[in-house]
Each structure stands twice: as structure tokens, then as C-alpha cells.
Design a protein around this ligand. Sequence first.
Ligand code: SAM
Length: 232
Amino acid sequence: ELSPRLQVVADYVPANARLADIGSDHAYLPVALLLNKKIQWALAGEVVQGPYEAAKRQVAKNNLEKLIEVRLADGMEAVLLEDQIDTITICGMGGVLIKDILERGKKLQRLSGKERLVLQPNVGERQLREWLTTEGYTIIAETILEDHRKIYEVLVAEKLKTTAQYTEQELLFGPFLMEECSTIFVKKWQRQLEKLEKVRANLARSDQQLDEKISQVELEIQWIQEVLHESE
Ligand code: SAM
């Protein structure tokens, strides 16, 4: 049984996929997808010894050694051409780390650009969306959800024939999420608004010249207020 967070990710993995789950930890995601016979084959990549061993144990416990290969490798270095991977999941890390893993994968020619990417950044969603769009990916779906009182975003991206263009606001809020404006989305941005208002007050009290920083914070506050007012 997957957590609600990983279940959303699993639902975005196409049937019969050949999956690479990078930073797999216990390999819960590929194990669940193979036990349900949803996908063909999976690779679980881990860069740290402990989680790598946890993944190996989980795969063995479920007798899935023939269908899940666990590899100790840094990021996309786990992926080989002959694996014929068509879907990549990278979950439970910061958006900047996810972006760095993809960027390095591209440089090492382990990322062809044909794969579907299902990404679940814990923070840094904006930076990840920026990277995706400068690389010519289109965001084809997004979900925001709450799991154990934490709010998570899941992004699905693919390279399509025509490349999408996004506004600064869409990169921050997510094109689908801001359109949908769900209760959880409103909750996330209300929290962020409160945080930024405190940041602004602290900056205003400081003796240093922080005009640029203040105007950045004010711009984000303004965008959030706009997006929240549209939801009323
Ligand atoms: N993906 C699982 C999930 O969402 O539940 C596990 C998330 S866990 C918080 C993050 C995992 O990513 C850790 O086990 C860590 O070792 C691994 N990781 C971090 N950087 C990595 C990299 N460059 N390559 C492979 N794994 C990495």
C-alpha cells in the first residue's frame, strides 16, 4: 500500500512502462507498480548505501528480482541505453536537486528527452518548472495533495511537438494548479503569504539597504494575493 503522495505519482506512470525511479530509497514505488502488474520492468537507482540495501531487501522480499533491478549510482548514471526507459520518477527531494539530476543526465546522454517525467519536488517547484520549460518540456499534468499534514506537488512533463510558453506566475504556482485553485492550493499559498508578510516586516525593520529584496518579496505577495482573490 503506497502513501497518498506516492500513489499520485504511481497513477501518472503509464501502463506497461519501463520505469527508472531515481532516489528510490525502499523501492516502494516500483515494487507497488510491479505487484499490481501495471508496468513491465523497473530500475531503482540509489546513491546512498543504506537506502540501496533497503531497496534490495524490499525487492527480494517480494520476489521481484527479475523485474526490478536495483543499482547503486549517482542520479541518471543508473540508467543504461539498453534499459529502454520510457518513464522517469524522481520524488521526495528538493526541486533544485531534481533539476540537477536531470541536467547531469542530459549532459551524460542518459536522458533522451523522449521519456515521461513524473516529479515530486518537496520544495523548489518554481526552479524545476523553469528548467523544464527552458529544456522544451511541456507540463502535461499537475496534482497538489496533502499527506500527513504536508502539502506536495506532483508534476508530469513531456517533450511535445510544440513547446509551451508559461508566464512567471504559472512557473511559480503551476499552470494547472493555479487554474484548478483547489482548497489545498489555497491553503499552501495562504501559508506562504503569511510567511512572506513576516519576511517583509523583518526586512523593513532592518538598517541595511534591502530595497531590491523587499520589492521581490512584495511582488510575490502581490501575485499570491491576486491568485487567492481569483479563487473567492
Ligand atoms: N523517492 C522516495 C520517495 O519519494 O518516497 C524516497 C525519497 S528520499 C527522501 C530521497 C532519496 O533520494 C534518498 O534515499 C537519497 O539517498 C536519494 N538521492 C539523493 N540524491 C540522489 C542522487 N543524486 N542519485 C540517486 N539517489 C539520490
